[in-house]
Design a protein around this ligand. Structure first.
Ligand code: ZN
Length: 335
């Protein structure tokens, strides 16, 4: 048996797991955010039982790579790419999660205190503890990628609501009778400003008026079907008027949502992560300008709108923050 290496006063080792729609990661880290070893795998089968088996294999890999630290683990945090109601998992993409108590299974196998939450909530916690929100207690986090997710941290805790389903910032309804959304409603932020919404709008604009969208089509190799949100940002930067309009509109919608979130949650900062946040100044400068017009005029001071700092490690580091065994129950996040 390997000897446990954790000593009193030293950061405790924890296991963190990030379960996404296309890839998963498991890591052995410390509660202070250091990662000693991690194992990543692609989701090749969209079945919960297969993914659970792979997660367990990844955890066993951590054991074999760092046996002494692994033996000292007492806690595990999991970020799951779908709604988490209590410990029941749902997924729009993967069949069978409803019947699997993943956190309970890990807890029974390894004896770890295991916490699980929706990945956007977990990423928000990660940014609060280790990223752009360090030192703060109240943040709103938007992740703007193919879809739009979010998490609200209030008083150092994830705001979970009565069933754990709070913080779905992407499904904030903004436009009456707006475009259909993946959630079954229409006019949500996600249907107006997400990667898929931007790409869909650009594709139809390019088909409608190929001449006006010539630059965008050129970037897409002449085929409107190839257009991605990244290409639309690129074309907007190169002066394509169609792309500029689409990006401007998406940013205005996002600004409204950010303004609404500031009015609702009174955060110290709003943090924007996800693939689209990598657009940098092209996103943040107009966004910050625009947000002001949606925040209550009576509110003094400006709430900073900051880029996320943890990139694609936000969920994994958030899972470490969620697991942290020495946190008091008052700031432990959830469960
Ligand atoms: Zn929606």
């Amino acid at each position: 048996m390997p000897t446990a290496v954790s000593r009193p006063g030293e950061p405790e080792p924890v296991v963190a797991i990030d379960i996404g729609g296309t890839k998963c990661m498991a890591a052995l880290g410390s509660e202070s955010g250091q990662i000693f070893v991690r194992k990543r795998f692609e989701v090749r089968k969209r079945e919960a039982a297969w993914i659970e088996k792979e997660i367990r294999a990844a955890v066993e890999y951590l054991r074999s790579a760092e046996p002494a630290r692994f033996a000292a683990v007492r806690a595990c945090g999991i970020g799951f790419g779908g709604p988490v109601e209590g410990r029941r998992l749902f997924s729009h993409h993967v069949a069978g999660w409803e019947n699997i108590d993943l956190a309970g299974g890990i807890e029974r196998t390894y004896g770890w205190n295991t916490k699980i939450d929706n990945d956007a909530n977990v990423a928000a916690l990660g940014e609060l503890i280790f990223g752009a929100g360090r030192g703060l207690t109240d943040i709103v986090y938007f992740t703007v990628s193919t879809g739009i997710g979010g998490g609200v941290i209030s008083g150092g805790r994830i705001l979970r609501g009565s069933r754990g389903l709070a913080g779905e910032l992407g499904h904030m309804n903004l436009v009456l009778g707006g475009p259909p959304c993946t959630c079954g409603n229409s006019g949500c932020l996600e249907s107006l400003a997400s990667g898929w919404a931007i790409a869909a709008r650009a594709r139809s604009a390019a088909v409608e008026d190929g001449q006006k969208a010539a630059k965008l089509l050129e970037i897409a190799g002449g085929n409107a079907e190839n257009i991605s949100a990244k290409m639309v940002f690129q074309a907007a930067g190169a002066g394509c008027p169609v792309s500029r309009d689409i990006i401007d509109q998406a940013i205005r919608h996002l600004a409204r949502a950010v303004g609404n979130a500031i009015n609702l949650f009174d955060p110290q900062a709003v943090i924007i992560g996800g693939g689209i946040s990598l657009a940098g100044g092209a996103l943040f400068e107009p966004l910050r300008r625009c947000v002001k017009s949606y925040v209550m005029r009576t509110r003094g001071g400006e709430v900073p709108v900051l880029p996320a700092e943890l990139g694609d490690m936000s969920v994994l580091l958030g899972a470490i923050a969620l697991a942290r065994p020495r946190q008091s129950s008052a700031s432990a996040g959830c469960l």
